[in-house]
Design a protein. Structure first.
Length: 504
């Protein structure tokens, strides 16, 4: 990594320790920055817990007379609150542009703590970066005057998308449309509409499969539409193409709609953003091609992160897009993160920690109270290029299995008032699906346990929904494949007009 290598210096004497970041700290090697900061915190914890003093050599000496940082007494036993204090003492707050009314930072001579970062400024700093494609970057003018689902821009990406899909297509269109954010504000989203080369010979209009892929990313280049427009890259989620659900649906003559359901701010795991985007993508496709899809039936599906969007769309449809209800024939959700409170115990401080932290951060983009609970380390990470990572790198922090507590500035953050508020704001368990359901989950899934999916099934049955549930073999990743045969059979029958089975 050469000159971009980031190291830490641990120095101490007497009763105190200091972790000093190098003066040339920067994020050219941003993934290395994340790992080394985490490593520094772990090393500090080990050193303190042993009551010793250690030093990690740096390739070049620190700048002359670096500013002194507070020295914190070594505790008798290491605890999370102590670690949180050390992190905020030794990791500098990121330099975020503040409103003119913000109180200036105290001088180095006073060594008083700097004021808290303005929440609006912090949110602006953690939003995803532009990727150079106006289709995804540019906010359309006059959104408030448009109806949800109104199309504001389209483009043909067949030349790039067709070779990736490896199935005969007539055209692949991308549409940009008006949607609604988590708090009712006008927003926009994008989607890709795959039109088969095969003519539809069945009854009625050509059916549409809404394939809500597991984006599980924080940057706009993580979306399936970006890959279809720009080609396969290191940021592409391989699950976009395998199992080959889109391809199989095209071969059956169904149109496939692929929404970028995290919205322009990439609010990963926020259900209202996702549900609204999916429903408005359907509206947009119908408005764009009314002769072909004006009254066609549709089914939707999603696994894992895609199941969040599918489930949300199924339960929000009756109030947000009631005109679609008569055409909605079914929704299939697999590996569904149904209970966020449960996931806070099953995905924290283990190999899934990176994914869990990314989801918390994604939700925080729509619920800024999460952001204001981040400590300096978390603010450094979420305002760095790490705020744009895709699924290929989100899992990396899980290698060192850190608890989410190391990113917070409050004790027991998952049981805090902030957490309870966000849990309640994202809880859609009391809402009834407008369409029949297939719910399936890996019987051996330890990250997203089947207990949550079974409870979702029981809740929807109690609300009078036509539904079935299936345990499938495997943990989370394997279950996405073992559940596929049952999934495609169920979806095909719904799109063919066969009534959904009910085992409630």
């Amino acid at each position: 990594m050469g000159s971009d290598t980031i190291n830490c210096i641990i120095r101490g004497g007497g009763t105190g320790l200091e972790l000093v970041p190098p003066p040339s700290f920067r994020y050219a090697s941003w993934i290395a920055g994340w790992l080394v900061w985490a490593r520094c915190v772990v090393v500090l914890a080990v050193v303190v817990s042993c009551g010793g003093i250690a030093a990690v050599a740096r390739a070049q000496p620190p700048a002359p007379n670096p500013p002194a940082l507070p020295s914190i007494p070594v505790p008798h036993g290491l605890s999370i609150p102590d670690l949180q204090q050390w992190i905020d003492a030794v990791v500098p707050r990121p330099d975020i542009a503040q409103p003119a009314t913000t109180v200036p930072k105290a001088s180095a001579q006073t060594r008083s703590p700097a004021p808290a970062t303005d929440p609006a400024s912090l949110r602006a700093a953690v939003l995803p970066s532009d990727i150079g494609d106006p289709m995804f970057d540019a906010r359309p003018a006059g959104l408030a005057s448009l109806a949800p689902g109104d199309v504001v821009e389209t483009r043909d990406v067949t030349a790039t998308a067709a070779p990736l899909l490896t199935a005969p297509v007539r055209q692949v269109l991308q549409l940009k449309f008006r949607t609604t954010g988590a708090h009712g504000e006008p927003s926009f989203a994008t989607a890709s509409l795959v039109l088969p080369a095969r003519a539809w010979t069945g009854p009625g209009d050509r059916p549409m499969l809404v394939n809500n892929l597991a984006i599980d990313g924080l940057g706009r280049q993580c979306t399936p539409s970006y890959t279809l427009a720009h080609g396969y890259s290191a940021n592409t989620n391989s699950a976009d193409f395998f199992p080959p659900l889109t391809q199989l649906a095209v071969l059956r003559g169904y149109a496939v709609l692929i929404p970028d359901h995290e919205g322009p701010d990439m609010a990963y795991a926020e259900p209202y953003v996702a549900g609204h985007a999916v429903l408005d993508a359907i509206r947009g496709a119908r408005k764009l091609l009314p002769a072909e899809f004006g009254s066609s039936r549709f089914a939707m599906t999603g696994y894992s992160g895609g199941a969040i969007a599918t489930r949300a769309a199924a339960v929000l449809l009756s109030e947000y897009a009631p005109e679609l209800a008569s055409s909605a024939v079914g929704a299939a959700v697999g590996g569904v993160p149904a209970d966020y409170r449960m996931l806070s115990t099953t995905m924290n401080a283990n190999l899934a920690t990176g994914v869990f932290m990314a989801a918390v951060f994604g939700i925080g983009r729509e619920h800024p109270e999460v952001l204001t609970s981040m400590n300096n380390l978390a603010q450094q990470v979420t305002t760095s290029p790490l705020k744009n990572v895709c699924m290929n790198l989100i899992e990396v922090p899980g290698v060192i299995t850190p608890p989410i507590d190391i990113a917070a500035n409050i004790a027991d953050p998952l049981h805090s008032a902030v957490a309870q508020k966000v849990f309640e704001a994202t809880d859609i368990s009391a809402r009834r699906s407008t369409m029949p359901l297939l719910v399936y989950n890996g019987a051996q899934d330890f990250w997203i346990p089947a207990a949550g999916a079974r409870e979702l099934y029981r809740q929807q049955c109690a609300l009078g929904v036509t539904a079935i549930y299936r345990d499938v073999p495997g943990e989370h990743f394997l279950a996405g494949d073992t559940g596929w045969p049952g999934l495609i059979t169920w979806l095909d029958q719904r799109l063919q007009g066969v009534p959904a089975p009910d085992e409630c």
